[in-house]
Design a protein around this ligand. Structure first.
Ligand code: 2M8
Length: 506
């Protein structure tokens, strides 16, 4: 059965942990006919509930489920740089934190040792404080700005000297990814299961240190909500969620000059953040450097300081997942981690606006709530804790005309901002487009919590959206046009899991 896995491992030219750099052998992208046969085999063996006809119909006959599975595997292979997977082939030629965790889930479907290596490479960049940085840089790549020289993390004794990294973090989806890797490999058993069992005792303490960093430094007052210092930390960089907080970031004349690279790779400016937004992003990096990336100093000085309800909800469930991993490896922290899960679940519940039912971020500089009509408002659906009635109301909102039920949507997936909101921009990055990785994540988390009635249709609509085969970073939600980078790694990972994970509802 492991034909797809065997071929994929051969293609990846797997290298050792920490090994970063382009693959030593030229990347070939053979026609996927052969892999397609193998994709069929793996799909039939693992996910007999997926009806190819249903998917083919939904995808307008462009790419059927078999071809899409094969193509997603090839995209991951093509984006591999040895020990890490570039988040995107040109736009993001390094390893990003939450991308890497999602990519590891995708890889677990085709090559478990390579999936473990993805996480190991990321965690090789972990700071002495426990922080997992948002970017681990490939030293052979120079095509991204801001690169390691601009971040200058050497100003902190807590940063590793190699690999070089950025100085902020991203949502802590890593324990959830490991849990999912175990589900995938557990279904297959055999050597995959054995590989994971041998790997877990080494990865667990690193994840524990990461979670303890977040508890200690991002919620020092025990509110149950994580704080962030940069919109990049949320992963939803230019979301309307952060407009109020960014309006208070005053860029000084001392901002060193810079040249953006993203707009060279992707010249359609409407798809990327504005120049004013970039100035603010880079200004905050200067503030963080000035504070030597020291959390205590940053909390007092940085001009962007907010709670993040979405990240907090992720952290609640990730603590549940890590508690299970603790038990599995015989570590003693399960109770600590469960208490943590409860604390953040309560924090998310307390941030819910009683009028709208949405979770709301707070600007910690002013204490003001920052209501917005973005996917982050659905945070309680990821972690629970608000009670059945409030959850039903939020579920109704999710499928309402303001969201997946909007009559003009090409596919019934979540846009990042409600099309009914004045802030909605259908082409602009996190201000409206729908992101396959987010729809997968919602479907996965909903399914994890037993909300099958929501998870099933969201999964089907996500597969239909991916049927164009572009594996785009994000999609225009009204026309279905692919936007941003094509062949985006986490989109390929999402496609693989959506298509061939064994446990989706029909
Ligand atoms: C995007 O963010 C980076 C900065 O971190 C960028 O625009 O240059 C976001 O979508 C983020 O969530 C994602 O992790 C990253 C790589 O895919 O790209």
């Amino acid at each position: 059965m492991p034909n797809l896995q065997a071929e994929f491992a051969w293609l990846t030219g797997r290298t050792h942990p920490g090994s970063i750099g382009r693959p030593r052998t030229p990347v070939q992208r053979p026609a996927c006919a052969r892999l397609t046969r193998e994709a069929v085999a793996i799909r039939d063996a693992t996910a007999p509930s997926i009806s190819p006809d249903r998917v083919r119909g939904a995808t307008r006959g462009v790419w059927d489920a078999h071809e899409l599975t094969a193509r997603a595997a090839y995209v991951l292979r093509g984006n591999s740089a040895g020990g890490m997977t570039r988040a995107a082939p040109d736009l993001y030629p390094h390893q990003w934190s939450w991308d890497a965790a999602f990519v590891a889930v995708g890889l677990a479907h085709v090559d478990v040792p390579r999936a473990c290596l993805e996480m190991d490479t990321l965690l090789a960049g972990q700071w002495r404080t426990g922080m997992v940085p948002h970017i681990v840089f490939d030293p052979t790549e120079t095509g991204y700005f801001p690169g390691p020289d601009r971040w200058e993390c050497e100003v902190s004794a807590d940063a590793p000297t190699a690999p070089r990294t950025s100085g902020i973090c991203q949502p802590p989806v890593h324990a959830l990814a490991v849990e999912r890797m175990l589900e995938v490999a557990g279904h297959r058993g055999g050597a995959d299961q054995a590989t994971l069992d041998a790997w877990l005792p080494a990865v667990y303490p690193r994840l524990l240190a990461w979670h303890r960093y977040l508890v200690r430094h991002r919620d020092p007052e025990g509110t149950g909500l994580l704080a962030i210092y940069h919109g990049w930390e949320s992963g939803m960089d230019n979301s309307p969620r952060w407009d109020d907080a960014y309006a208070r970031v005053l860029v000084g004349p001392e901002l060193p000059p810079y040249t953006r690279r993203d707009t060279t790779v992707l010249p359609d400016l409407s798809q990327r953040p504005t120049q004013q937004e970039y100035d603010r992003y880079l200004w905050i990096v200067e503030e963080l450097k000035l504070a030597s990336y020291d959390d205590t100093l940053i909390r007092k000085s940085v001009s962007f300081h907010t709670t993040d309800v979405f990240m907090s909800a992720i952290f609640a469930v990730a603590n549940d997942a890590l508690a299970l991993l603790a038990e599995r490896v015989g570590a003693g922290e399960a109770a600590e981690l469960r208490a943590c899960a409860e604390r953040f679940r309560r924090g998310v519940a307390a941030s819910v606006d009683v009028e709208t039912g949405f979770a709301v971020d707070t600007d910690l500089r002013t204490g003001a709530a920052m209501p917005s009509e973005t996917i982050a408002g659905f945070a309680p659906l990821l972690c629970g804790g608000i009670g059945a009635d409030a959850e039903d109301r939020l579920a109704d909102l999710l499928v309402s005309e303001a969201w997946t039920g909007h009559p003009k949507l090409r596919h019934a997936v979540l846009p990042t901002t409600s099309p009914a909101s004045p802030a909605f921009r259908p082409r602009t990055y996190w201000r409206g487009p729908s992101w396959p990785v987010m729809n997968w994540f919602f479907a996965w988390m909903l399914q994890r919590r037993g909300a099958t009635a929501l998870a099933g249709p969201l999964r089907a609509a996500s597969i239909a959206q991916l049927g164009d085969g572009a594996l785009a970073e994000y999609y225009e939600p009204l026309t279905g046009a692919p936007l941003g980078s094509l062949d985006q790694s986490w989109t390929a990972a999402a496609a693989l899991d959506l298509l061939i994970a064994p446990d989706w509802p029909d």
